[in-house]
Design a protein around this ligand. Structure first.
Ligand code: HEC
Length: 154
């Protein structure tokens, strides 16, 4: 009993360190592809204008009421306090999409229903308007060099 537990602890600590280091790297482009939303969602367009009031409401939901910040982080770069434990990691909203920009309806669907087999939870408690406010807020994190935030065929 003298030595073995120590060695085990050391190995586990090293393992955790290595995992943490690997996940701390930016996940851009994303390592996991979120499944596409059903057609009836994919066609949706955000009915809300990017007004100050809607953006402020989205920010409040993100930071406190809906607690997106715990995973996606204050800057939306996927570095929230829970992020290091998650595989696939939370989406880095600052990462420019590789192909076509993500459509409004896709973002709405993921926020409402979550992403299967990942830590992204469903949010049945949020109203449609609240989800659209979150979509407006999440799009604000996109880096300046990224393509148009409006999604295709808007
Ligand atoms: C417990 C951690 C966790 C919380 C809390 C969380 N997310 Fe996520 N989110 C994830 C993970 C993990 C993914 C990546 C899913 C995937 O790869 O399919 C993700 C993906 C997403 C995506 C998909 C982006 C894309 O490009 O397809 C959106 C949008 C999103 N989250 C928004 C939100 C919003 C808004 C909230 C708060 C209402 C939230 N998330 C709360 C973990 C979380």
């Amino acid at each position: 009993m003298g030595r073995a537990p120590r060695i085990t602890t050391g190995v586990i600590a090293l393992g955790l360190w290595a995992t943490g280091a690997a996940l701390a790297a930016p996940d851009c482009p994303p390592t996991h592809q979120t499944p596409p939303a059903p057609a009836e969602y994919a066609a949706l367009r955000n009915p809300l204008p990017a007004s100050r009031a809607h953006l402020a409401a989205g920010k409040k939901l993100y930071r406190s009421d809906a607690n997106c910040i715990a995973c996606h982080g204050k800057r939306g770069d996927g570095t929230g306090v829970l992020a290091a434990r998650l595989t696939p990691p939370p989406r880095d909203f600052t990462c420019p999409p590789v192909g076509a920009p993500v459509a409004d309806g896709q973002l709405f669907w993921v926020i409402r229903n979550g992403s299967a087999d990942t830590a992204m939870p469903p949010h049945p408690q949020l109203s449609d308007a609240q989800i659209w406010q979150l979509v407006l807020h999440v799009r604000q994190f996109r880096r300046q060099d990224a393509p148009s935030p409006q999604g295709p065929a808007r």
